[in-house]
Design a protein around this ligand. Sequence first.
Ligand code: GN1
Ligand code: MG
Length: 361
Amino acid sequence: MNSLQNIVSHFQLKGTALSPEPLGAGLINDSYLVRTAENDCPDYVLQRINHAIFQDVDLLQHNIRCVTEHIRHKLEAAQTPDIDRRVLSFIPAEDNKDYWFDGSHYWRMMRYINDSYTHQAVTPTSSRNAGLAFGHFQAQLADLPQQLGETIPNFHNMEFRLQQLDEAVAADPVGRVAGVQDLLEAIETRRTKMCQAEQLHREGKLPKRICHCDTKVNNMLFDKDDNILCVIDLDTVMPSFVFSDFGDFLRTGANPVPEDEPNLELIDFDLEIFKAFTEGYLQSARSFLTPLEIELLPYAAMLFPYMQFVRFLTDWINGDTYYKIQYPQHNLVRSRAQHQLLLRVEAQEATMREYILSQTC
Ligand code: GN1
Ligand code: MG
């Protein structure tokens, strides 16, 4: 028995597990497909959890269990067909724990959803589907009774991200601050506006809800007829402002070029993508969003380029300690690209507002 098969043997799966094969190309966790010999037994996915990023594995798996069980109960109550393909199901380890620790790594197992596909391309159709799927996911969890924790503390907290930048600027460990004064000024002038979510939350006007916090187009599964099955990659599901799921999708989805595009002229904010995503999102999330949350959706579209700009610039000033870089100036190029995207989104603020009004009247 090889070591992966040995790991599989610690989970309570049905059937005879065959040798695990590498699955997908995730950047965070390592995944393996575990087929079973019997036709009437499901296949499984074995994952090694990235413990360096997700330091509290108990909390991580607690969140995921609460979320998937809640969604499953709702699907059962609605007598939805084919439930095992519409929500992820995790398989307990030998002691009924949510994961198995082999002495140095943490492992988990879930059911493999057969005949499912992901999309990589952002089109108006896939954006509308993404809006529908992520809005529906938030709606399904709007009445979750349990408290969830933050699997990455302060992940989308703008005040915290600015504090990290301030500390980097004060320390200036590699002497890069003098060269980025224009960028620091651009951050400074928007500081109060961009921290308004935290401020409104303190005033009791803005709730935190359970959000996905990694709303990429390839984090949705579709069946062969292109119907949405479910949302996947639940590691960052945590309490946040709804802006996380709205703003971060548009940050990558509505920009036609990669987030580190060096040619600033190519960076844009595609209004057709914005409209399609917003239409889908409002359709499935309108039932629980407050008027203030809806009013602040254009702010969400600006917040995420701004937050990513702050995070990349912080890493540049710190000497490239967090994000992997492909060339020496990479984090500076990324910072300038996100700044440019922010300018492009800001230029569309009035148009975004009008469109949202037209969808909600
Ligand atoms: C990181 O690894 P990836 O690409 O899924 C980061 C996100 C950033 C993104 C920017 C845990 O995500 O928050 O938006 O880079 N994830 C973490 O490329 O920090
Ligand atoms: Mg990710």
